[in-house]
Design a binder for this molecule. Sequence first.
Ligand SMILES: [Zn+2]
Length: 475
Amino acid sequence: MFSFFPRAFAACALAAALAACATASAPAGADVYAGFTLLDPATERRIDNAYIVVAAGRIVDAGAGLGPAVAPDRRHDMSGAFALPGLIDTHAHVTLGRLAVTRTNGAPAIAATSEDDITAHNARMLVAFGVTTIRNPGGATEANAAYAEGVRSGALLGPEARAAGEILDRMPFQGLTAVVTDAASIEAAVAAQAAAGMNYIKLYHLLDEAQFTAGVEAAHRHGLEAITHTGGITWDRAAELGVDAIVHAMPISADALPLTARDDYRDATETGAHAFYEWWERADLDSPEMQRLIAALVEHDVTVDLTLVVFQKTFWGDDPTVRDTGAAYTHPLMRQNWQTFRFDIGWREEHYRRARAVWPKIMRFARMLHEAGVKLTIGTDQANPFVAPGFDTIAEMRLHQEAGIPPWAVLRMATSQAAETLHMEDRIGRIARGMEADIVFLDADPTRDVANAATTRAILINGELHDAAALRAVD
Ligand SMILES: [Zn+2]
């Protein structure tokens, strides 16, 4: 394991007895941040009046007290603040821009675009709300590779991203999917994404079981993990087939419903996003099917991000007081685009009513997954309609709390637990010696209410200090 603050705390407490704690030396060029309450979701510990020493983008020391002496311009008074490890959004399509109608051989088709200005906006807003790392589960491989290089070189201010390229599916969607058919085409698509530096392969809902299996196997052969948004394949089957992560609170396979409801669901008259509530209307959370589904996730150690916020914005798509809460932080061109491209196109009052009626079931499902021991992380589906970068990462945390999950557990989902699922726990997810200096300073205590994670005062990203209000101001 890695060293973390309790050890530094103990060392400091001992040193304090010798009156040496505040006078220990700091490396040249180090910054000291002091006076805040340090929160460690991994252990549920807090240290009042804490300090950290940051040098070369890393935390070189942390503990209680004033910390070592440094020049006045290197000492930052963070009195009254609460410090959390930088937040992790495991479902942010940061490079995805507007959808457009294109014509291929005269036939209209929808294409996803990637636009530098929108990407830069999204990246900055994520940081403005304390998000310092993301998993980007799908987008143009080239755009995602360029994003990684932009962040690495410092040309772009944004969270470090681990990403999937084009999502493997049977249907073309320019800029978003790679069409695959047989094992050879799957192998070629996976090899290309691996060569371009992607970390994940995302498998989409139209793949059949043979294609899905080939996708998981090809990903693993190339050292990548497989993420899925499933459709026909149940979550328990996907887990058995070796998938690493599942996204969206929509296990909408007919086979996950009680036997008597399956034909009825298959015959449901509506299509598209209507399936979200049509499936949940028929789902029985206490059925053997659901118990099997949840048990399989635990048994096969599959991580899940539910992206509750994107479904809330769809189910309340006719209610601006829910839908538009984060609108100020979205890019104006995306807002314009969502007047046309949205999940609730054509919904009438009856559809919204039915969708909202299943919401308590979805929230109970979230709590059941957590209580069963499924590793949940906080993901928003940013880039999709009405999801605001960063702002809605906090909203997603709040929805997990509303589902009945305790604040500390939700904070873990957004920090240490997410770091583990991304296999980055040796450098992010905790405020501790040796870790990257990715820290968010808040004005209010998020262990009382995770909504307080929105009271961002300042952000350290790789040791670089940013003022939250300045980043949120739209230029
Ligand atoms: Zn997504």
